[in-house]
Design a binder for this molecule. Structure first.
Ligand code: SF4
Length: 317
């Protein structure tokens, strides 16, 4: 492992995979495994948190340094120079995830059925940290997951539309984080490391209608910084016409506490107010909310919010 920050990542319980990938067991994975709640994406879209692997193929590479990001930002390059094979990343990520959850085997709160399911992941969240579209073999990785009957959520900051345009296959669900309603806020809050990030991001919005997969715009909302700006977000969402719009409040945890204050966390009621206004402008309906995660869901077509992720196979998507 050549990563400069390997020791920091290990201390933070990341499972390092090859030269530029990592997994980390999500809070909700542990919670659902031990009989508690799963994450809001279970309520919104039907994924099972105890069968979810949270990973990144771009641990040290990102095109932005977002102020609200709670992860350690050990980004030292915008280019992954020596790329691992997608087969290797997939196999080793699943292995590393299983190793990280192995301590739960035998835990009295974990039922036999839950454990057996957890040993057989059905979902990969390509979202842990970094910008995953910087890994040039991301399409092959998604294809391999799909062949194994594993669904994929890809979270991107949208600064590399040229990659999304060619990505084949597309993930089961594509998330584009949309947190800069104006160029000024975009520059200040997301701190891009590439010169044309704003222009590229806007190209991604324009590209979205042509991408044939389920699409989500996620607004990460920071009180007194990037909200409400309803008109600006309405304009952006109208261009992208995603299947869903998630509005999620900034959470004052991890590394972000050095950059933002606790007062920057919007209340759930404020998020609800924002959602109602935005929904009215877009003609989308609010179909779900999770107060403990300060998040709401607007849907273009409210009959299509859940799919059975347990049954996703190679042919099914
Ligand atoms: S989808 Fe995200 S939040 Fe939900 S269990 Fe997976 S990694 Fe955690």
């Amino acid at each position: 492992m050549e990563n400069t920050y390997a020791e920091i990542y290990k201390k933070q319980h990341y499972g390092l995979v090859g030269k530029h990938s990592a997994v980390k067991v999500c809070h909700w994975t542990k919670s659902e495994l031990t009989g508690g709640k799963g994450c809001y994406k279970g309520d919104f879209y039907g994924i099972k948190s105890h069968q979810c692997v949270q990973m990144t193929p771009a641990l040290s590479s990102c095109t932005e340094n977002c102020s609200f990001c709670w992860r350690f930002q050990g980004f030292d390059s915008m280019h992954i120079s020596d790329e691992d094979d997608p087969e290797f990343i997939l196999e080793e990520s699943i292995k590393a995830h299983k190793k990280l959850i192995s301590g739960f085997k035998g835990n009295s709160k974990v039922s036999k059925e839950r454990w057996a399911e957890a040993e057989n992941p059905k979902h990969i969240a390509i979202s842990l940290t970094g910008e995953p579209t910087l890994y040039t073999r991301l399409g092959e990785f998604i294809e391999l997951a799909k062949r194994r009957g594993i669904s994929t959520f890809l979270v991107t900051n949208g600064t590399l539309p040229m990659v999304l345009e060619r990505l084949d296959p597309l993930p089961t669900q594509l998330y584009v984080t949309t947190a800069g309603p104006t160029k000024k806020i975009f520059q200040e809050l997301l701190n891009p490391s590439i010169g044309n990030a704003w222009e590229n991001f806007n190209r991604t919005l324009e590209l979205m209608p042509s991408l044939d997969t389920r699409k989500v715009i996620r607004h990460t909302l920071v009180k007194d910084v990037n909200m409400p700006y309803i008109e600006e977000y309405s304009r952006m969402d109208s261009i992208a016409r995603p299947d869903f719009v998630e509005s999620k409040g900034y959470v004052h945890v991890g590394q972000s506490i050095n950059r933002l204050g606790i007062d920057n966390m919007p209340s759930h009621d404020l998020i609800l107010e924002f959602t109602k206004e935005l929904g009215k402008n877009l003609g989308y309906e609010m179909t779900a909310e999770r107060r403990d995660s300060r998040v709401t869901l607007l849907a273009k077509d409210s009959s299509k919010s859940k799919i059975d992720f347990g049954n996703i196979g190679y042919q099914a998507i």
